[in-house]
Design a protein around this ligand. Structure first.
Ligand code: FES
Length: 164
């Protein structure tokens, strides 16, 4: 070791978050979604919205697609990216039982300071499931983008993270 160019030590969690952020999955609204959920974190003011689209598979109503938009930190985006992949094929009941830790999947255990970031994703999912109709009729305004709603309301102390 020369010691001239020390390599910063990055935790495995941080490197997995960076990996997820390099190629985030399922960002943006699903225009014909069956359900949408939005939550804001009282801890930091960040917001996350999740859309769910269901389909019938082998006689079960399962999540076909899940997507999200976030005005939030990198961890929330990474967890939402992971969660929207993991939700595919799950029934509403199965999805509703998933904890923030489970939704984080391969990212692993969230550091104590980041637990609320995972809970933001869990909260948006639960909110969407509560708004999920028992039939598959699309709801009136489920396609509203988070940015459109934010434009109508004063942003206050919410930190804006630009999305693609
Ligand atoms: Fe607010 Fe992560 S710091 S969701």
């Amino acid at each position: 070791m020369s010691g001239k160019h020390p390599i910063p030590i990055m935790s495995s969690f941080e490197s997995k978050v960076r990996e997820a952020l390099a190629n985030p999955k399922n960002q943006g609204e699903i225009p014909d979604a069956d359900a949408v959920g939005t939550v804001g974190s009282p801890e930091c003011g960040d917001m996350l919205r999740m859309w769910l689209k269901f389909t019938e598979k082998d006689g079960r109503r399962v999540i076909d697609r899940a997507s999200f938009q976030a005005f939030g930190c990198q961890t929330a985006i990474a967890v939402a990216s992971m969660a929207t992949e993991l939700l595919r094929g799950k029934t509403a009941e199965e999805a509703g039982k998933m904890s923030a830790g489970e939704l984080a999947g391969d990212l692993g255990a969230l550091p104590p300071m980041k637990i609320h970031c995972g809970q933001l994703v869990e909260g948006a999912l639960r909110n969407a499931l509560e708004n999920s109709p028992s039939d598959m009729t699309p709801q009136g305004n489920v396609a509203n983008t988070l940015s459109a709603d934010m434009a109508r309301k004063p942003a206050g102390s919410i930190r804006i993270v630009p999305l693609d």
